[in-house]
Design a protein around this ligand. Structure first.
Ligand SMILES: [Zn+2]
Length: 76
């Protein structure tokens, strides 16, 4: 089900982009999705934790680069 029709307002809308409700009166069609599929997946990811791990990875890489340039790593 893509589009929903609000009889009260005579208004056709896509519940995926209106949090699953009619944007005028707030009527919620039965079984309407609250978000598009990509947004539902993106909302499930913890972006702050992911960013923290990526930052930690980047800092380790930069640290290795600096240590290599400063000659702190054991020579092969
Ligand atoms: Zn309505």
């Amino acid at each position: 089900m893509r589009a929903a029709y609000c009889e009260l307002d005579k208004w056709r809308f896509d519940p995926r982009y209106t949090q699953g409700t009619c944007p005028i009166c707030g009527w919620a069609p039965e079984g309407a999705p609250k978000a598009p599929r990509w947004l539902a997946i993106a909302n499930r990811v913890d972006w702050e934790l992911l960013g923290l791990f990526l930052l930690a990875d980047a800092l380790i890489v930069f640290g290795l680069v600096v240590a290599h340039a400063a000659g702190l790593l054991p020579a092969r």
